[in-house]
Design a protein around this ligand. Structure first.
Ligand code: DIR
Ligand code: MN
Ligand code: MN
Ligand code: MN
Length: 309
């Protein structure tokens, strides 16, 4: 199988500059060369996005038209990449891009399951959001059960495409009171408390048991802030008490053996680290997580012994 990479240098789903630099930073860290040692890779390059003038807040949410337009382009790009037969890798950019990525994935292959690895639930609606940042809202745009009405400008191209039954959260620890809607919808969620109770191996076993019933292709949406900020500090909204490097990698190694069909890597912000080391640690962890999704084994990637000389 082969991987198709699309860069989405976009930051308007949140207020901090720098997250748009991540796609090129991840490439500069050798992502493509290292992935090519594991599988075929096609780089689709970076998308360019329209800058919408006069994008006044809508019901308190910021840059709605800009985010809507960017996600329309991303959705088309992911759809085309999936139709070319690749596993999709979307390099963000902020997490509002999951709207277009998951929508485009679904448009190409039909309904998917989503594993959302994040400190945050990102399920605010424009009406409940206290920040107005759309990167805290993408799940509410995607879920059938939360179809937001009235419609938002530049979002008429999309329809909700995900059932709450087909979503699993891992790594939650900074969920706002208004996001209780996930409880009403009975969304499967492994907060850091469950990761502590069960261990990451059991969490992944239960995640895949839960999703396996429907056998849908899996979309992994990986927010780098799921990992503990001692490892990945260069991100816009770090939250203490996160996944260790090893837990984070284990999630990718496990999903690699499933019907993994698309991966988002989002919220890496090279301008948020205090030191070069902060940035390096964050970027190289993001690269390692992507390698883990596509076959990198910590035990080493050995040839089967019958092919040894
Ligand atoms: C925060 C979301 N709850 C908000 N923060 C996120 O703005 O609504 N950080 N998603 O990654
Ligand atoms: Mn997120
Ligand atoms: Mn987050
Ligand atoms: Mn919030």
């Amino acid at each position: 199988h082969s991987v198709g990479i699309i860069g989405a240098p976009f930051s308007k789903g949140q207020p901090k500059d720098g997250v748009e630099c991540a796609p090129n930073k991840l490439r500069a860290a050798g992502l493509l060369e290292r992935l090519q040692q594991q599988c075929a890779v096609k780089d689709y390059g970076n998308l360019t996005f329209e800058n919408v003038a006069l994008d006044e807040p809508v019901k308190g949410s910021k840059s709605v038209r800009t985010v809507g337009s960017a996600n329309q382009r991303l959705s088309e790009a992911v759809k085309a990449l999936k139709r070319d037969g690749h596993t999709a890798v979307m390099l963000g950019g902020d997490h509002s891009l999951a709207i277009g990525s998951i929508h485009g994935h679904t448009a190409a292959v039909g309904p998917v399951s989503v594993v959302w690895v994040d400190a945050h639930a990102d399920i605010h609606t424009p009406l409940t959001s206290n920040t107005g940042n759309i990167h805290g809202q993408p799940m509410s745009y995607l879920l059938y059960e939360l179809q937001s009405k009235p419609p938002l400008p530049n979002f008429s191209w999309m329809k909700p495409c995900l059932s709450s039954r087909d979503l699993v959260y891992i790594g939650l620890r900074d969920v706002d009171p208004e996001e209780y809607i996930m409880k009403l919808l009975a969304v499967k969620a492994f907060s850091m408390t469950q990761v502590d109770q069960l261990g990451v191996a059991k969490v992944m076993e239960e995640t895949c048991d839960y999703l396996w019933d429907s056998k849908k292709p899996i979309h992994l949406s990986y927010d780098i802030d799921a990992i503990d900020p001692s490892v990945t500090p260069a991100t816009g909204t770090p939250a203490v008490g996160g996944l260790t490097y090893r837990e984070g990698i284990y999630i990718t190694e496990y999903l690699c053996q499933t019907l993994l069909s698309a991966v988002d890597m989002v919220e890496v912000n090279p301008l948020r680290g205090r030191t070069e080391d902060d940035v390096h640690s964050t970027v190289s962890t993001a690269v390692d997580l992507l390698l883990g999704c596509f076959g990198r084994r910590r035990e080493g990637n050995h040839l089967p012994d019958y092919s040894l000389p």
